[in-house]
Design a binder for this molecule. Structure first.
Ligand code: PMT
Length: 224
C-alpha cells in the first residue's frame, strides 16, 4: 500500500520550460520536457497531498488528482506560484525557468534583416529566490539545479543564495540525466551538505526518493 505520509498537506510543484516571446511567432525556451516535475506531482498526489502543478508548455498529460495551471512565460509562472505560496507547506521547483527574456518582444513578426541580428535580453525575476525570501517557518522549499560543470559548488551556492531547504542537483551532461530522459541521476543537498547521491533511476523513482527526504524533513515542522 502507498503511504499517505503527505495527507493533509498542500504541495506545489513547478515543471517544464518557460517560453519567452520574441515576436508573435517565435520564442526562446529550453529542453525541459516536464517529466521530472510531473513525476513529483504524481508521486505527491499518490501519497495523499493536495497537489497544484504549475506547468510550462509540455506534451504530457496532467497526473490524476492534480490541479494543473498552465503558463508560458517565467513572469506568468512567478505570479501563479507567488500567489499560492503562502498557503502551501511544500514547494518543489523542478521547472527550467528562463533566466532572461527578450527586452522588447515585438508585436509584429520580425522581418529578415541584414547578415547579423542582435537581440537584447533582460533578467527575469527568480521565483525560487523570492520563495526563499518569503519562506515561513511552516514551509519546506525544494529547488533544483541543472549543471554542466562544477556541480557541487554551484548546487551549494544556489542552496545558500536562494535560502532553500533541499536542493536536487543533476549533471545534465550525463547520459540518462536531466532534460527529456525518462531517468535522472541526482545528488541531494541540504544546508549541512550532501545527503545522498542516487544512481540512475526512473524519474518516478527519483521523485519517490525526493519525497522520502521531504517527509523526513517536514515532520518535525508539523510536530510529528
Ligand atoms: O523536465 P525534464 O525534461 O524532466 O528535465 C528535468 C530538469 C533537468 C528540468 C530538472 O531536473 C531540473 O534540473 N530543473 C531545474 C532546471 C533549472 O532551471 O535549473 P537552474 O539551475 O537554472 O535553476 C535553479 C533553480 O532556480 C531551479 O529550481 C529553478 O526552477 C529556479 N529558478 C530559476 C530561474 C528563475 N528565474 N526562477 C527560478 O525559480
Amino acid at each position: 500500500v502507498t503511504p499517505q505520509d503527505l495527507a493533509g498537506l498542500d504541495v506545489l510543484v513547478t515543471a517544464g520550460p518557460t517560453r519567452e516571446p520574441l515576436d508573435p511567432v517565435r520564442y526562446l525556451s529550453n529542453r525541459s520536457s516536464g517529466k521530472m516535475g510531473y513525476a513529483l506531482a504524481k508521486a505527491a498526489a499518490l501519497r495523499g497531498a493536495r497537489v497544484t502543478l504549475i506547468s510550462g508548455p509540455t506534451a504530457l498529460v496532467s497526473p490524476p488528482g492534480v490541479e494543473i495551471i498552465q503558463v508560458q512565460t517565467a513572469e506568468q509562472m512567478f505570479q501563479e506560484v507567488i500567489k499560492r505560496a503562502e498557503k502551501t507547506q511544500i514547494i518543489i521547483k523542478a521547472a527550467a525557468v528562463a533566466d532572461y527574456r527578450p527586452l522588447d518582444a515585438k508585436e509584429q513578426k520580425i522581418k529578415k534583416q541584414g547578415q547579423e541580428m542582435n537581440i537584447e535580453f533582460t533578467q527575469n525575476r527568480d521565483i525560487l529566490a523570492e520563495l526563499g525570501r518569503q519562506k515561513g517557518a511552516h514551509q519546506l522549499l525544494v529547488g533544483f539545479a541543472a549543471e554542466t560543470n562544477d556541480l557541487v559548488q554551484n548546487a551549494i551556492g544556489k542552496l545558500k543564495r536562494k535560502n532553500v531547504d533541499l536542493l536536487v542537483a543533476n549533471d545534465v551532461t550525463q547520459p540518462g540525466a536531466g532534460f527529456d530522459y525518462d531517468t535522472n541521476i541526482v545528488r541531494i543537498f541540504d544546508q549541512n551538505g550532501e545527503l545522498t547521491s542516487l544512481p540512475r533511476l526512473d524519474k518516478q523513482q527519483v521523485a519517490w526518493e525526493i519525497l522520502n527526504i521531504v517527509v523526513k524533513m517536514f515532520n518535525p515542522l508539523r510536530g510529528n
